[in-house]
Write a protein that binds this ligand. Structure first.
Ligand code: NAP
Length: 311
């Protein structure tokens, strides 16, 4: 797609974390932005921050919208057409989390996560497709997750929602191959955002300790990839190891998952160990036991940083 400058970019979930960082990064490159999320006050904050940092770029339009609501999305797209005459780039970023064991995750948790992470993106894609088809071109960027590459323990509902999004986008990409509408999938690894405060915790498993990537770094990599016209972007060492490992070394990945399940299992013993350990940095000795994975030294920091190591 080349330069993002002057392109009309619609970002969902733009009031926080990766979406907000994407808005700032796109504004820095001179994009014309439409920002959406449910909470108007936080959208206003984001818009004002962009205005303050980049006073000479076009002020972003903001539009509160729940992507899980088809009618809301319909109004959003109509408003984009009316105010900007269309959209060149849609970034499906809005997302929520559910963390914990599958046995504690109730059917309603699957419904709510699928309605935002999967159907929310589907609503936006179906809404924007006629607009892009009319224009004869466009780019649809979808923020999936490393958890879509393989079912991660304690992320069953989340992994399923992101895997559904990825599969849908792969089908869409094939169907749009002859049109000039491109579909990009981004698989971020752990990123330090409010996501973990907002997610529903059902219990049974613990989140691995950091380090988590900064949203700014993630956003920068995404915008670079948009400008380079690459189809997929797998971020983080853990994501890249999983991406290659699942096809080349499936048994090893499966064993790593079993170890991760044991390591993150929420028991009193684990909780106490984690709170008592003064230095629980992923690079401290207690977290640096690659075991079976030792030969794959380039990936060992990842396995250990994700807690994917022997306990
Ligand atoms: N953080 C990570 O480690 C990580 C890793 C991989 C992938 N991701 C993905 O990256 C994306 C952004 O996550 P984040 O980490 O930046 O989380 P975040 O800080 O919690 O931001 C989520 C954004 O989505 C919006 N949102 C949530 N539900 C919505 C709905 N129904 N309709 C419209 N907007 C909605 C939120 O605003 P409102 O609440 O105001 O609506 C917020 O702007 C998500 O798709 C997430 O799955 C995150």
């Amino acid at each position: 797609m080349g330069k993002i400058e002057g392109k009309r970019v619609l970002i969902t979930g733009a009031s926080s974390g990766i979406g907000k960082a994407l808005a700032l990064e796109c504004a820095a490159k001179g994009a014309v932005l439409v920002l959406t999320a449910r909470t108007k006050a936080r959208l206003i904050e984001t818009r004002d921050e962009i205005r303050a940092v980049f006073p000479y770029t076009t002020a972003p339009l903001i539009f509160p919208c729940d992507v899980a609501n088809k009618l809301d999305v319909h109004h959003l797209i109509k408003s984009c057409e009316k105010k900007l005459g269309g959209i060149d780039v849609l970034i499906n970023n809005a997302g929520i989390g559910v963390y914990g064991s599958i046995e504690r995750t109730v059917p309603e948790d699957y419904s709510s996560i699928m309605s935002v992470n999967f159907l929310g993106a589907v609503h936006c894609i179906l809404g924007i497709l006629p607009v892009m088809q009319k224009a004869g071109e466009g780019l649809i960027v979808n923020i999936s997750s490393v958890a879509a590459l393989y079912g991660i323990p304690y992320l069953g509902a989340y992994s399923a929602s992101k895997a559904a999004l990825s599969a849908f986008c792969q089908s869409l990409r094939a169907e749009l191959a002859l049109a000039k509408i491109r579909v990009m999938l981004v698989y971020p690894g752990y990123t330090q955002t409010d996501f973990f405060d907002n997610e529903k915790k059902v219990g049974g498993g613990l989140r691995p300790p950091g380090p988590y990537a900064s949203p700014r770094r993630v956003a920068r990599a995404i915008v670079q990839t948009i400008q380079k016209d690459t189809r997929d972007l797998v971020l983080s060492l853990e994501g890249k190891a999983l991406h290659f490992g699942r096809s080349l070394l499936p048994g090893l990945v499966q064993r790593a998952m079993l170890r991760l399940t044991k390591k993150l299992k929420e028991t009193k013993r684990v909780e106490n160990e984690q709170t008592k350990t003064k230095n629980n940095s992923p690079f401290s000795k207690s977290w640096r036991k690659p075991g079976l994975l030792r030969p794959f030294s380039s990936a060992s920091a990842f396995w250990s940083s994700s807690g994917w190591s022997d306990s």
